[in-house]
Design a protein around this ligand. Structure first.
Ligand code: NAD
Ligand code: MG
Length: 411
């Protein structure tokens, strides 16, 4: 687990693959380019010099072929991949005559994208579907900019180890983890007392459980501050997103579960904080715009110039905080349970939550049922031994999905 930190310690001083070697173009790929993080990443790349500065090797998407083809042409990608094998012909048609190679399907198409020789790979696929291609990119030593938190939640130490062994770096993109990464003083790690993850509280922050019982996916996806993909928006409403982020934080920053705090901060201006033994708390602030965290991951340890809104403190006037309510938002309690139990409970929680999320979106279960399904599956799989190889993670993930489907069917 310390591998990431050893890597970060010395690497904080060396330039990112993306910023070293003045005058040469830097090779990058985006796994999940058509999503919310993917499109923001392409915007950051455009703002920072586009094709004059970066060589985009591979882009991947799934069903939105029109957007994927447009992106590939606009940035001059070498390879465009759809995860949806049924869309291969459509993508081939859309890119006919462009000279851009086309591939499809998991695993082969996504692995082909990951194998392209990019120095920096944005992992922005949603869910465990991103784990295999991200690992493939990590194994050939690429720096991984990680938005796809599910990789860390599922594979934890093995994921970090894979990156460390191959010589690449793991750079957080999730806004909270980017914030912590930005204010964590490497040479004062011994003095880190706690990390404080902020949470907006989502659209149901003040709702009772009775009110939440009947909400639809449409209501749940309406996030008050951030514009994001469907899964993470619903995860923000249920606070399962924060639950995943607690586990993500443990693996990224190598802290003990009791050092991880969550505080509800409805304005989403403080993106997270680190508390030190002398009572100081360092925070990173900014308007809620993922391009700041993406830009930092791209040019770290340097800062770039980005066209994002600036904070206007006078207009903002106040920042509010409140303790999270684990009764109304049991996902946070489940994250603590997964952290205590350790082993494969993160992978199990994540897979069960993904299955429950799909069932909720399909109106097969209610909003509050999601946490019940997850807890039942976690309890039933409490004896699963810790992973020694990545295949153990895939096996636990698959079993948790089957068990979650059974629990859902029995309701
Ligand atoms: P999104 O749904 O907008 O985009 C997901 C991307 O993954 C798309 O390109 C889609 O085509 C692709 N994809 C979907 N299913 C796939 C599959 N089965 N196989 C391969 N590719 C598939 O999601 P997003 O909001 O951009 O989130 C992406 C990741 O980043 C998630 O892990 C999320 O938790 C994390 N994240 C997102 C934000 C945000 O602001 N959106 C913030 C922090 C972290
Ligand atoms: Mg986040």
């Amino acid at each position: 687990m310390a591998i990431l930190y050893r890597a970060m310690d010395k690497e904080k001083k060396r330039e990112n693959a993306m910023t070293s070697g003045a005058g040469r173009k830097h090779r990058l790929s985006i796994l999940g380019s058509t999503g919310s993080i993917g499109t923001n990443t392409l915007d950051v790349i455009r703002q920072l010099g586009g094709r004059d500065r970066f060589d985009v090797l591979a882009l991947t998407g799934s069903s939105n072929i029109t957007l994927l083809a447009e992106q590939a042409v606009a940035c001059g990608a070498k390879l465009a991949v759809t995860a949806d094998a049924g869309q291969y012909a459509a993508l081939k048609d859309a890119l006919a005559g462009s000279g851009i190679a086309v591939a499809a399907g998991p695993p082969s198409g996504l692995l082909e994208a990951a194998a392209m020789d990019a120095e920096w790979v944005m992992a922005a696929i949603v869910g465990t579907a991103g784990l295999a291609p991200t690992l493939a990119a990590a194994r050939r030593g690429a720096d991984i900019a990680l938005a796809n938190k599910e990789c860390l939640v599922s594979a934890g130490a093995l994921f970090v180890e894979t990156i460390g062994k191959a010589g690449g770096r793991l750079i957080p993109v999730d806004s909270e983890h980017s914030a912590i990464f930005q204010v964590l003083e490497e040479d004062q790690r011994h003095a880190v007392e706690r990390i404080v993850l902020t949470a907006s509280g989502g659209p149901f922050r003040t709702w009772t459980r009775e009110q939440m019982a009947d909400v639809t996916a449409e209501k749940a996806r309406a996030h008050p501050n951030w514009s994001m993909g469907l899964k993470i928006s619903i995860g923000s409403a249920s606070m399962f997103n924060k639950a995943l982020e607690m586990i993500e934080a443990k693996h990224l920053f190598n802290v003990r579960p009791e050092q991880i705090e969550v505080i509800v901060h409805p304005q989403s201006i403080i993106h997270s904080m680190v508390g030190y033994t002398d009572g100081s708390v360092l925070a990173q602030l900014g308007c809620p715009d993922m391009r700041t965290a993406i830009g930092y991951a791209l040019t770290y340890p340097l800062r770039s110039t980005l066209g994002v809104d600036r904070l206007d403190f006078a207009r903002l006037a106040r920042l509010d905080f409140e303790a999270p309510d684990e009764e109304r938002f049991p996902a946070l309690r489940l994250a603590r349970l997964a952290l205590e139990r350790d082993g494969l409970q993160g992978a199990i929680m994540n897979a069960a939550e993904e299955t429950a999320f799909h069932a909720f979106v399909a109106s097969r279960i209610g909003f509050l049922d999601m946490a019940e399904v997850v807890e039942t599956v976690m309890d039933r799989m409490v004896d699963v031994a810790a992973a020694t190889v990545i295949d153990d993670v895939f096996a636990a993930d698959a079993e948790a999905r089957v068990r979650a489907a059974e629990v859902i069917a029995a309701r």
